[in-house]
Design a protein around this ligand. Structure first.
Ligand code: SF4
Length: 452
């Protein structure tokens, strides 16, 4: 038996892909290793979104090269693979800069990993695959396995939006939607294995337009309605959405589908029209605010989260103030905010006037202080409410269990360990900085764990 360690960077789509890589390599005799030190094969499943992503991968590869040399002295080979978006962006350059690497595989070609591993094991040299063939990829992947009561399910990959700061259209390719039947079969399999909540993934998930059984194009809303019919599946989520693709049927789905959780990640990036245009976001501040109104009219209890970039090239004080004003107007339950950092090859990397680091840091601090205040206020508003919690794992204390609220907040509950895998009503007693604490409500348990 050989062992495999997959180190995952970045988004949930990479988490999903890493699990598929492990599934693909099982038939070749690779079982999971606890750490890279114990593994016969290490895969770095990389992300290109963060600053200096490629450099971080190269320094990790330097450590792995030393480990490989040590193992070679003991007669135990170590196979090193780089997967994901850095692999796609850097390609052959990775092997040129670090010759300890055996395999470079882009995100759309990861179904070819088994043959690439076999090639390396047969000592036929290194293997490189960075083709864009998402259809082939999903046809060849095994369905996702269940590892607890929640699971991710990729329904869409790639992006045609070309925001000027983002590498995704270059590393993941054009938008591709998986066929409905394939997604439904995977969702049913997950539900049968005890999964109660599925998060549908896509770089641009609400642009989903997969083929239905009759060959017609289905929207994300229609897909959600179909998945909501699956017995045992109690919660649906989707991420990440683009405001432009938030169609009326999807807004209505938030009103009509009680299984669709009242929590929506809807990135806006900036509150300034000038910057939204420079980012090529294809919507205005007003479009976004009107959209939020329509969503809230459809589902009163919905909570919103977002992404923000501060210090985008040529951002003025007044542009930044427009972002702060938008945040005050919307009121977010949660948000992610970053300083702009240029991604090589993207239009914004050489565009306009770059903003000094000091100014970026000051703006980020101010924005994060406001977002934290809103997050705390939202958590506080949950105190004394009773809400269904999906219990996922044991807590630190004996008998304690940790679950997720409908708004994705971690909830710690004593004497609830027996409910792991199931959903029960919890009365929220305290809002802590990053989690909630509560106790089981007097009402009977709503839904117990499905048979596993
Ligand atoms: S919509 Fe999202 S994934 Fe697509 S280019 Fe813009 S930021 Fe990147």
């Amino acid at each position: 038996m050989k062992t495999l360690f997959v180190k995952t960077y970045g988004c949930q789509m990479n988490v999903y892909d890493s699990a598929r890589i492990a599934d693909l390599l099982k038939p070749l005799g690779y079982a999971a290793a606890e750490s890279p030190e114990e593994a016969d094969m290490v895969v770095l499943n990389t992300c290109h979104i963060r600053e200096k992503a490629a450099e971080k991968v190269y320094s990790e590869l330097g450590r792995l090269r030393r480990a490989k040399e040590k193992r070679a002295e003991l007669g135990r080979p170590l196979l090193i693979a780089v997967a994901g978006c850095v692999a796609q962006a850097e390609g052959e350059e990775i092997i040129r800069r670090q010759n300890a690497v055996d395999i470079v595989v882009g995100p759309q070609a990861l179904h070819r990993i088994p043959e690439m591993v076999a090639k390396v094991e047969r000592r036929e040299g290194r293997a490189l695959e960075t083709d864009f063939a998402p259809e082939e990829k999903f046809d060849s992947l095994a369905s996702a396995g269940a590892d607890g009561p929640t699971a991710f399910l990729t329904v869409q990959e790639g992006c045609d939006k070309f925001c000027t700061f983002c590498v995704v259209p270059y590393t993941r390719g054009a938008e591709y939607s998986r066929p409905v039947a394939q997604i439904e079969a995977e969702a049913r399999q997950l539900a049968n294995a005890g999964v109660r909540e599925i998060t549908l993934l896509g770089q641009n998930v609400n642009a989903y337009c997969g083929r239905g059984p009759n060959g017609d194009a289905w929207s994300l809303a229609r897909l959600l309605h179909r998945l909501a019919e699956i017995d045992g599946l109690d919660r649906l989520r989707y991420i990440t959405s683009h405001p432009r693709d938030m169609g009326e049927d999807l807004i209505d789905a938030h009103r009509d589908l009680h299984k669709l959780m009242p929590y929506l990640h809807l990135p806006v990036q900036s509150g300034s029209d000038a910057l939204l245009a420079a980012m090529n976001r294809r919507h205005t501040r007003d479009d976004y605010l009107r959209l939020v109104e329509r969503i809230r009219a459809a589902r009163k209890d919905i909570a919103l989260s977002s992404d923000f970039i501060v210090g985008f090239p040529s951002e003025t004080d007044s542009d930044f103030e427009r972002t702060m004003a938008l945040v005050r107007e919307v009121g977010y339950a949660q948000a992610f905010s970053f300083k702009f950092s240029p991604r090589p090859g993207t239009p914004a990397s050489g565009a306009g006037k770059q903003i000094p680091e000091k100014v970026k840091s000051e703006r980020l601090l101010a924005l994060q202080a406001l977002l934290t205040t809103q997050q705390n206020a939202f958590a506080k508003s949950c105190e004394n409410a009773t809400m269904p919690v999906l219990f996922e794992k044991p807590g630190r204390k004996a008998g304690q269990a940790v679950g997720r609220s409908p708004y994705l907040q971690p909830v710690h509950v004593n004497d609830a360990e027996h409910l792991i895998g199931g959903i029960a009503d919890v009365r929220i007693e305290h809002a802590l900085p990053n989690s909630l604490r509560g106790s089981l409500a007097d009402a009977p348990v709503l839904q117990r764990a499905a048979a596993r």
